[in-house]
Design a protein around this ligand. Structure first.
Ligand code: EPZ
Length: 433
């Protein structure tokens, strides 16, 4: 297991640019299975979830490789595709669920063992399945695996999602591109990454309207070609860098990610007392480390355009030392604040109660040995450690690299004392003591 050491107390300075968004790149890779010509996704980060996706594509018979910063795929004949997703790849990430629709459409069947990913509470796939069943798929549940089959082409439908799930909207968008006739999706998610998938599919020849609104209309059965495509920048990575300077102090510029993509987080930082200056695709953030940030915040994380659930733990990290108590409620995930244990170990007075996190504020954070409970919770512990006295050891059983290619190096590049320690280095140190 890797550990990350963070010695707090250094202010951050410089400029940083987030890579392409994980939550765009992963569904786009799955969508390339629908394409009849090569595709190239530009500036894709070196995430372990991307590696898992490339392995999954290979395992089902597709050809996908990394060329430097780009991910390239070749078209594959339906007869060469296999719908069996290997359990170890399904279990390694939540995004294995994005392969349901493309494999059902192209291979005629798909078998998905239990998807993995962050343990944020129950993460059912009932909306994905209900939508695909409405299009004519036969759904078989067996233990923790689901098998979908079609007997003839899927049929366009008028389907209302019972809640605006990002993943289910993407699944049904992909399926609708292959279905006969028109599909109308109501109650769809409006997140920028959903819009990005719609733009990608349209660039390949799909006919889609309404992305960014709750009603999507798709004319199916258009032959999809390929495209060289630059996915959206990672708005959650941008928010992570912003949280880092808010916690540590200093002044940084985040470039290449329009502020509108993380507007709710920037507004929150402004209310805390961080000086935020925005232009087209540049955000400059400044914080005087000698002055405490303002607490008294009541945040409510929900679907776009509300405060993003993935930024809720980062906001918590920023508020631990603030001058008044705050609360954060996460409407989407029941266990979003598993990082509270790590915050408490660092001396913060904070407590998760169901979906609510209570933060007393006023902490003087001290280094501790803590464990990343999930991807964003791990990033939030790293952010908190930037403000703590002493050297925090963050045990990371692989979570952070699932969503950030080089987070420790990124903050080190801005002036933080932060480094990855590999198992081998730790063992040799122990032996030399
Ligand atoms: C996506 O997850 C993101 N993951 C998550 O980011 C993000 O937190 C989430 O959207 C919300 O923005 C990827 O894009 C790979 P949902 P997803 O379906 O699609 C319930 C990160 O750290 N639901 O919108 O799984 C579900 O349980 C990750 O980058 C059902 O009940 O999220 C949850 O309560 C973590 N039935 C809510 O909807 C379903 O069939 C929102 O989930 C589907 C979802």
């Amino acid at each position: 297991m890797q550990t990350i050491t963070i010695t707090g107390g250094q202010t951050l300075h410089g400029t940083i640019r987030p890579a392409a968004a994980k939550n765009s790149v992963l569904p786009l890779l799955a969508a390339t299975l629908l394409c009849g010509a090569p595709c190239c996704l530009r500036n894709a980060p070196e995430l372990s979830d991307v590696d898992t996706s490339l392995a999954l594509l290979q395992a089902v018979g597709a050809k996908a490789v990394r060329h430097g910063p780009d991910l390239c795929t070749l078209p594959v004949a339906a007869a060469d595709l296999c719908g069996e997703i290997p359990p170890h790849l399904a279990g390694a990430m939540r995004s294995s669920v994005f392969y349901l629709a493309p494999l059902l459409c192209r291979a005629g069947m798909v078998r998905l063992p239990l998807p993995g990913g962050c343990r944020l509470g129950p993460r059912p796939v009932d909306i994905h399945l209900a939508g695909l069943a409405a299009m004519g798929a036969r759904v078989e549940l067996e233990g923790e695996a689901v098998t979908l089959r079609r007997f003839g082409p899927l049929q366009g439908v008028d389907f209302t999602l019972r809640l605006p799930s990002v993943g289910a909207t993407m699944t049904l968008l992909m399926a609708a591109c292959c279905a006969m006739g028109t599909t109308v999706l109501r109650g769809a998610a409006c997140e920028p990454e959903v819009c990005d998938l719609a733009r990608f599919l349209r660039a390949c020849g799909a006919q889609i309207t309404g992305e960014g609104t709750p009603v999507l209309v798709i004319q199916g059965r258009r032959a999809l070609s390929g495209v060289a495509y630059e996915p959206l920048p990672d708005r959650i990575a941008a928010a992570t860098y912003a949280a880092a300077v808010a916690a540590a102090g200093g002044q940084i510029t985040v470039e290449g990610c329009a502020p509108v993509y993380y507007q709710a987080f920037l507004q929150f930082l402004t209310e805390c007392g961080v000086v935020v200056e925005k232009s087209d695709a540049l955000v400059t953030l400044a914080r005087d480390p000698a002055r405490r940030l303002h607490g008294g915040q009541h945040l409510f994380a929900n679907a776009w355009p509300a405060f993003a659930t993935d930024t809720a733990p980062l906001a918590a990290a920023v508020l631990l030392e603030a001058d008044a108590p705050s609360e954060i409620y996460d409407h989407l995930f029941a266990n979003r604040f598993a990082c509270a244990t790590g915050f408490a170990a660092m001396g913060a007075d904070c407590r998760a109660a169901g979906r609510m996190l209570h933060i007393a504020g006023g902490a003087n954070l001290q280094a501790a040995a803590v464990t990343a409970p999930d991807l964003r919770g791990g990033a939030a512990l790293l952010v908190a450690a930037l403000a703590a006295q002493g050297t925090t050891v963050l045990r990371d059983p692989g979570h952070i690299r699932r969503g950030y290619a080089h987070l420790p190096a990124d903050v080190a590049g801005l002036g933080a004392q932060c480094a990855v320690q590999s198992q081998a280095v730790q063992e040799s140190r122990k032996q030399s003591i």
